[in-house]
Design a protein around this ligand. Structure first.
Ligand SMILES: *Cc1c(COP(=O)(O)O)cnc(C)c1O
Length: 388
């Protein structure tokens, strides 16, 4: 399959059709596949020929989703997983050994923290967190056994950025496997492989599905690492269901259109919040007040579909704002057609200690808005009345 423009690849990357001459890729709900002969079965198991055997490790719908994600991220190869977290876990667990050390940014997704803080130490895999505002100090965090650099940009929920060009250079200098959680940006807004990322992970649950229907994940990147990860997932089994893969591949057809609308709405929300007297500060990568606005313009196409702000009055003010919200959903998700309002300190990031939350800027008054695709007038009307 040849490479076309991003929007075309998102639509025209399809598995070969069946004799039914269907236009849209069909769904293959089958756990196993049949062999034409004993010899074909032997050759498939010996990896001498390519073909489906069993849906734990390959399925046409999963393949279409992976091939499409690889094209969109501009990389060679990939593995799909049952959730974003099983993607992150499988990627790190497949590549790390006892005694290895992972260097990560402190502003990671909550469950990624739990893997590094609580699960891996039991198996002798150590970690350090770097402060993304002090990248000059990261040099001192690298040890002899540091093997992997794990970053997330923009961060959740603080929307802080890491300079990917700097990170790529840093990873090369120290010979680290460079992994990026690109969930917030999607390949439409940011392609970490262009800066030297070896592996890119997505929670497909968010903007890739984009309609709040299904959980899934995907890891894409360099073939030599994907091979090791595919071995790990094949035998440990966090397979993405073919049904969800089919949904995600369909959803990717509209990714560019949806992302532009998410960004349009987020820009309007950021502008509104920036001018509101009850808002201490608003953060959005493409909002001029963002301390890393210039960097955002350099490495992202647009600012994404999440805005955060601090309401004047702390936790109590945030609680009553969220309780007064009418149309927007009170939920912990993001990247949905429906706009969502979240209070990170008491929900998604409640497992962090107070000190950890402070270090990544999750104050008690912080509110996250994941702008959906509704009319911007209706989103703003709801925010206005929730403030009043
Ligand atoms: C949601 C999310 C994840 C986890 O994905 P799941 O599909 O919920 O397992 C990982 N990273 C980021 C940045 C996320 O927003």
């Amino acid at each position: 399959m040849s490479k076309k423009k991003f929007d075309t690849d998102a639509i025209r990357t399809q598995i070969p059709g069946t004799p039914e001459r269907e236009h849209s890729s069909p769904l293959f709900l089958t756990s196993s596949f049949i062999f034409d002969s004993a010899e074909q079965a032997r050759a498939l198991f010996a990896n001498e020929i390519e073909g489906n055997v069993y849906s734990r490790y390959s399925n046409p719908n999963t393949d279409e989703f992976i091939v499409k994600m690889c094209k969109l991220e501009g990389v060679e190869s990939g593995v799909a997983t049952a959730s974003g977290m099983s993607g992150i876990f499988s990627c790190l667990a497949a590549l790390m050994n006892k005694g290895d050390h992972i260097l990560a940014c402190r502003s990671l997704f909550g469950s990624s923290h739990q893997i590094l803080n609580q699960i891996f130490p039991r198996w002798g895999i150590d970690y350090s967190y770097g402060d993304i505002h002090k990248t000059e100090s990261w040099q001192d965090l690298v040890r002899d056994n540091t093997r992997l650099l794990f970053l997330e940009t923009p961060s959740n929920p603080g929307l802080d950025l890491i300079d990917l060009e700097w990170a790529g250079e840093f990873a090369r200098q120290h010979n680290l496997i460079f992994v990026v959680d690109n969930c917030f940006a999607t390949p439409y807004l940011q392609r970490p492989a262009e800066y030297g990322a070896d592996l890119i992970i997505h929670s497909a649950t968010k903007f890739i599905d984009g309609q709040g229907r299904a959980i899934g994940g995907v890891i894409v990147g360099k073939e030599k690492y994907i091979e090791e990860i595919a071995f790990f997932t094949r035998h440990s089994g966090p397979a993405l269901s073919p049904f969800n893969a089919w949904l995600f591949s369909k959803s990717l057809e509209t990714l560019p259109v949806r992302m532009d609308r998410h960004c349009d709405n987020a820009e309007e929300v950021a502008r509104f919040l920036g001018n509101h007297s009850k808002v201490n500060w608003v953060k959005y990568p493409f909002h001029k007040e963002h301390p890393q606005y210039e960097l955002a313009r350099r490495q992202m196409k647009r600012g994404g579909g999440v805005v955060c702000f601090e309401i004047d009055g702390g936790y109590e003010a945030a609680k009553s704002f969220i309780d007064r919200i009418g149309m927007l959903s009170r939920s912990a998700n993001l990247g949905d057609t429906r706009s969502i309002v979240t209070h990170p300190a008491s929900t998604t990031h409640s497992k962090l200690t107070e000190e950890e939350r402070q270090m990544v800027g999750i104050t008690p008054g912080l509110v996250r808005i994941a702008t959906g695709l509704e009319s911007p007038e209706d989103i703003l009307d709801d925010l206005k009345q929730a403030f009043s």
